[in-house]
Design a binder for this molecule. Structure first.
Ligand code: UCC
Ligand code: FAD
Length: 580
């Protein structure tokens, strides 16, 4: 202290670092839940191979990829509309780090892995785990990868027609020189949720059988992508189009030609976004963009839904990854930061706050693993009809629920760094900003809640029966463990209340959001219990399951009991909102 007092004031001011930085290590090795999930589920031979590979990838992420991701953040894309001589060029200039991410994505097989199916039904789990580790280090490159995976999935589900074979090979390539990424242009000025009424783009058939597209796409992320899928209305000989959903068809197009010239596309501007700033989102005029019709006429929305279901899964990956990263940083910080004479880790109230985040993240992680497990089964013809129904239901449920969790956890974790959490150069605000979009794009929370109801209607209630029986099955193993019995009973009660809320029917729209949250909480509770009941589980697994199940698992039943979905309450909702 004496030495400190003797130091000249100016010298003290020049001193900067007073706090050791949090430095998590290899993300794979430090993720206990991830490793225990893989140990519990993967066949031994697959586990041996992939865990060695994930450890290597974890090292590459830590030493090489994460610094590149930060470079992407520091060098966001720039739009140059004219060249020095006044020629319109519409260049979206991306950083060398962003370009390197594309090569790394190919080298690591981040898309390829899912389509090569080296590990049969486990390939999707493995791919999802790699993407989960990559996500927060990727400098926003997880976004084009999501859409690339979605485009490959659509093409595969169409039986990979000859005209799309090259595109499929490139989208799923491990060769950085060949690898292509895709966009997903659905949103127009009049609506991103209500695509059926919002889409004004018109497709005019050409003598060679291709189409020229005319319209304005209001949000196009990863606008530097090579190809895209998009929706348009086919004009008849008189130039008339059919309105509504059944007027929409799905098209594939190259964004640029071999000489890198835009394909009948003008870039109006890049969006000035709160987050995801590493990645270019553009407004695009289509002025005769040459495209190929790839769906049956009028089946555009149904055809692009296989893309939506994949990109929504990537959204879940992004959500869980953000939570995990924030917690990893925060727990490291708690080992180094002193307040009131002791390390943060030694303040029980601080640990309680962090443990609550951990429980949320665990529930979200297991939901993610469950949907990619089911996806892997469907893609290798190993899924039962029940598995397929469950997957259809759980994708929107997991997307909407984890999107909200990610925001809450990211903001809470930011606070766990105190004022430092709010400082740009720590990188923490980037994660917070990027997490905020997760509940907006790929379908907002309400729109996805309505999609949950759509899946119920379509299966005529079957999916609910499957949901409830699967939850019961998962509880089986846990019910014999004394320390889990109370939590098992809570999930059983909640599932019973849920079943009584909509006996054989679909809940009213007003209940859609609470209903979807209930599905997420009940299912994640069952998964946590199943994980806690496996042989060799830890006290931490047990506690996570117990704690998750202590929250209100079935908010829809509680709200129904309050009469929240009646006409009077609904009228009062508007009155409350618009009261002077
Ligand atoms: O935001 C975007 C990209 C962001 C960048 C990428 C980030 C990725 C994550 C990165 C990692 C961090 S792209 C834009 C996303 N836009 C949306 O998600 C749109 C949200 N709106 C909806 O989802 C709506 O519910 C619509 C557009 C699907 C509603 O359309 P319709 O036409 O009004 O709905 P219909 O008539 O009910 O459905 C038409 C058909 C039906 O099939 P059929 O005709 O056989 O009965 C539906 O069952 O489509 C079927 N369908 C589905 N099938 C609709 N949705 C689905 C679904 N999810 N799965 C299966
Ligand atoms: P609206 O549909 O106008 O929604 C406004 C509000 O109304 C929301 O809260 C919504 O939940 C609510 N709402 C709407 N309908 C209902 C209903 N029936 N019941 C209850 N509530 C309802 N789109 C693309 O196609 N491609 C892209 O690459 C792309 N990239 C994007 C990148 C970013 C950073 C962002 C922010 C958006 C991007 N989008 C993209 C657009 C995105 O998918 C849409 O913004 C989103 O789907 C919501 O549509 P909207 O903006 O028209 O909102």
């Amino acid at each position: 202290v004496g030495g400190d007092l003797e130091m000249p004031v100016a010298g003290r001011e020049a001193e900067t670092l007073f706090q050791e930085r949090p430095e998590p290590g290899n993300q794979y090795l430090e993720d206990a839940l991830l490793r225990s999930y893989l140990e519990a589920h993967l066949p031994p031979k697959v586990l041996e191979e992939v865990s060695a590979e994930l450890e290597r990838f974890g090292n590459r992420l830590q030493t090489k990829i994460r610094p590149l991701g930060w470079e992407c953040e520091l060098n966001p894309p720039v739009f140059r509309q004219y060249d020095a001589w006044g020629q319109r060029v519409d260049h979206i200039i991306t950083s060398s780090a962003w370009k390197r991410m594309k090569e790394i994505a190919a080298e690591e097989g981040l898309i390829a892995e899912a389509y090569e199916r080296r590990y049969s039904n486990w390939s999707r789990v493995y791919q999802a785990v790699k993407l989960y580790l990559f996500s927060t280090a990727s400098g926003g490159f997880n976004c084009p990868l999501a859409m690339t995976d979605g485009a490959a999935k659509v093409i595969e589900s169409l039986g990979t027609p000859a005209s799309l074979k090259t595109a499929f090979d490139r989208l799923t390539s491990r060769d950085p020189r060949k690898f292509w990424t895709s966009g997903q242009w659905m949103t127009e000025r009049r609506g991103g949720s209500d695509v059926a009424n919002g889409t004004e783009t018109v497709a005019r058939k050409q003598p060679d059988g291709t189409y020229h597209l005319y319209g304005f796409k209001w949000f196009t992320s990863a606008a530097d992508s090579d190809v895209t899928l998009t929706l348009a209305r086919i004009a008849d000989a008189e130039g008339r189009v059919k309105q509504g959903s059944s007027g929409l068809s799905l098209f594939f197009l190259r964004v640029r030609d071999e000489e890198e010239k835009l394909n009948g596309i003008h870039v109006q501007r890049l969006k000035d976004k709160l987050g995801t700033r590493q990645m270019a989102t553009a407004e695009l005029w289509l002025n005769g963009a040459k495209a190929e019709l790839i769906s049956a006429e009028g089946r555009g929305v149904a055809s692009i839904s296989s893309m939506l279901n994949i990109t929504r899964i990537h959204n879940v990956i992004g959500a869980v990854a953000s939570m995990r990263r924030m917690i990893s940083l925060s727990r490291e910080y708690a080992l180094k930061r002193v307040a009131f004479g002791k390390l943060l880790k030694d303040h029980p109230l601080h640990m309680q706050t962090m443990a609550r985040m951990e429980v949320q993240t665990r529930g979200a992680f297991l939901l993610l693993m469950e949907i990619v497990r089911l996806l892997g089964l469907t893609e290798t013809s190993m899924a039962s009809e029940q598995d397929q129904l469950l997957l259809r239901l759980l994708v929107p449920v997991a997307k909407l629920y984890t999107g909200k969790q990610a925001t809450a956890v990211a903001v809470e974790a930011m606070e766990s760094f105190g004022g430092q959490g709010y400082m740009e150069d720590t990188g923490l605000p980037v994660i917070v900003r990027d997490a905020l979009v997760l509940s907006i794009w790929e379908g907002t929370t309400n729109v996805l809640s309505l999609d949950v109801l759509r899946s119920l209607t379509k299966s005529q209630g079957q999916v609910m029966a499957v949901f409830l029986s699967t939850v019961q099955e998962k509880l089986q193993s846990a019910s014999s463990r004394a320390e889990l019995q109370c939590a098992v009973q809570r999930v059983r009660d909640a599932a019973g209340r849920l079943a009584r809320c909509c006996p054989g029917a679909v809940p009213v729209q007003l209940a859609a959001r609470d209903f979807s949250f209930s599905l997420a909480r009940i299912y994640a509770g069952a998964l946590l219990l199943e994980h806690a009941a496996r042989p060799g589980s830890s006290a931490v697994d047990v506690s996570a399951a117990q704690r998750w199940c202590r929250q209100e698992l079935c908010p829809v039943a509680a709200e129904l009991g309050n009469g929240s979905y009646g006409a009077e309450e609904s009228a009062m909702d508007s009155a409350l909102v618009y009261a002077g």
